[in-house]
Design a protein around this ligand. Sequence first.
Ligand code: CUV
Length: 635
Amino acid sequence: MSEKRTIDVAATQMLDKAKEIGFLTTFDRAKAQEPRCTFGNTGICCRICLQGPCRILPKKPGGNRGICGAADYTIVARNTVRYIAGGASAHSDHGRHIAETLLHVAEGKLKDYQVTDTEKLMRVAKKIGIETEGRGVMEIAKDVATAALDEYGRMHEEDLTWITSNCTDSRLEVLRKTNIMPTNINLSIAQLLHQTHVGNDSDPINIIFGGLKAALCDYDGMALATDLSDILFGTGVPVVTEANLGAIKADKVNIALHGHNPLLSQIVVKAAREMEGEAKAAGAAGINLVGICCTGNEVLTREGVAIATNFATQELAILTGAMDAMVVDVQCIMPSLRSLAECYHTKIVTTMPIMKIPGSYHLAFDEHNAINSAKEIIRLAIDAYKKRDAAKVCIPDVKNTVVAGFTLESLLNIFKQINADNPIKVLTDAIEAGEIKGVALFAGCNNLKGTHDENHITIATELAKNDVFLVATGCAAQAFAKEGLLNGEGVQKYAGEGLKKFHARLNAAAKLTTELPLVFHMGSCVDNSRAQELANMMAREMGLDNRDIPYVATAPEAMSEKAVAIGSWNVALGNPVHVGVVVPTVGSSLVNDVVTKIAEDVFGGFFFWETDPVKAAARLVEILDERNWKNAMRK
Ligand code: CUV
C-alpha cells in the first residue's frame, strides 16, 4: 500500500478535514487492512464450502490441497471466475432493468419515460434484425425491448443477439470455435456458479472457459444497456461542464447522483429543472446536481451534469458540509456514507430494493410514479438544506473544465466532418500514416492498494506523449475530468506531436465552441460497449481480426467484480488488457500463465499486471508498436 493517499488536491484537503473531525475514511480503513493475508491476496484461500476456509500450505503433509483435494490452480480459477459471475450479474441486471422499462414505455404503462432517440431505436432495430419498414415507433420499441429481455431466459439455443450484432465476423468465429458463445445470460451465470460448486469442475482451463462465457454475458448485458438507455434518454453529444469537489456550490441545494442506473437520475435531472422555484423559496440560489461514479457519468454524457468525484473519494463530498442529499441507486456505494452523513445534515437516500443501508432514508423508486419519486427526493434535499450548518461548509476551490459526451455516435460525427462517407477511416488513416500509434481504452475504478488516481493520470499522460488516441469510461474518466485531462489544455500539456496534429485536424473539423479534450469520455462502465464498437469498426476498416488491431485496454486501478468481467471479455475479444494492481491469480502459476500468456495464442487478447504506471505505459506502447509493425509487414 502506498504512503501517499491521493494525487487529487481537493481530496487531500478533505482528508485533512476528516482527520480534524476524527472521521476515519476509506483511506484509513484501507490502511487498517494491511498487511494483507497472503493466502487471500494471491487467491489460494478457498471459502466455497463450510469445511473451509482451506489454504494451500505446501510445507505440511496433505497441505498442498484443500480438504476435498482441490489444488491451487482449481482454487484460483474458481475464485477468479466467481468474480466474473458477480460482475456479469451486476451489469446484466442493470441492462434488464432498462429493457423492462423500455417495454413498459412501449406498452404505454409509464407516463414519465419516452422514446427520446427514435433514430437510435431504428439503428438498433436494424442491427438486431427487427423489421422497421412501415411500422410505428412503439411497435418497434416493444420488439427491441422484448428481444433484449429474451437474452436473459430464452429456451432456444441461439447465440446472444447483442454479442452477434456487436462483434466482427472473425471474432464470432473465435468465440464459437472455443465454445464460449453464450445463448442465455441467466443460464451462463448460474451454470458458472454450479460449475464452481464444491466437488464440481476442478479443471482450471474448463473453469476459465466457463468464466469467459459469463464474461461475454457481461458484454451482452452492457451493450444492450447502452443501446436502450440511449433510446430512452437520448444519445449524448459533446457537452461542457466541470469536475471535482469545487463543482459543489455553497449557495445552492446540492444533490449528488451516485450509483449506476440512469433510470432514476435522469428523472431527478428533469424534476430539478422544474423545482428551481422551491429551492429559491427556501433561500438557496437554486439546485445544483453533481455526479459520483457511473450514474454521474450517465448524466454527464446526456445532460452535462458536473462530476463531484470518483469512487474512492465519495465520502469526501459529504465532508464539504454542503452536500444536502446523496441519492444512490446500485453498485459502488460505500456503506460508510451513512455514518459520515450523521456528522452533517446530509440525507443519504437509497432507492432500489437490492441496495439499502441500515439507518439511511429509503425511498422505494417506482418507475410508474417516477417524476413524483424524484420530486420527493428533491424536497428532502431542500429540507436538509434548511438545516445546513454554514460554519461546517468547506468546499475546496478545486475544479477543472470538462468536455465530455463522446458516445460513439458523437465521436463519429466529428470524423464525419473530415470523411463523410467513411468516418472511421479518419482514425485508421492517422494510425496507418504513423501520426498516432493506436487507441487505448481506460476503464475501471479506484483501488487504494495504490495512490488514488495516480495510475490513471500517469499512464494517460505517458500514452499521450507517445501519440496514443485516448478514450475512457467509469472512474478512470472521472479521474481525468478532475485533473484537467478532459479539455483542450490537456492536449497542449501532454500530447506528443503526432497526437497534437491529429487533434488539430479534428478541432478544425468539429467546429465546437471549445477545443476537443485530450481524453474522450465515452460514458459509464456499461459504455465500454461503445469503446468495443469503436475497436470493431477499426478492425473492419483495416480488414483485420480484433487480435491484430492497434487497440489496448487498461484498468489502472481496477477494484470491482465488474472490472474483472470487463477485463475478461476484452481478452476474449482480442484486446491486450493491463491491470494496475496485482490480482489474486498469482497464487497459481498455471492459471496466471493461462490468462497472461496462453490467452494470447487462443484469443489474441491477454492480461498483464503492472503496478508501476510508467512501466505499464511503456508496455502498452510496445504492444501497439508491435501490432503496427506486424500490420506493416503484412502489406
Ligand atoms: Ni461502473 S465499477 S468503481 S463506478 S468504475 Fe468506478 Fe464505474 Fe468501478 Fe464502480
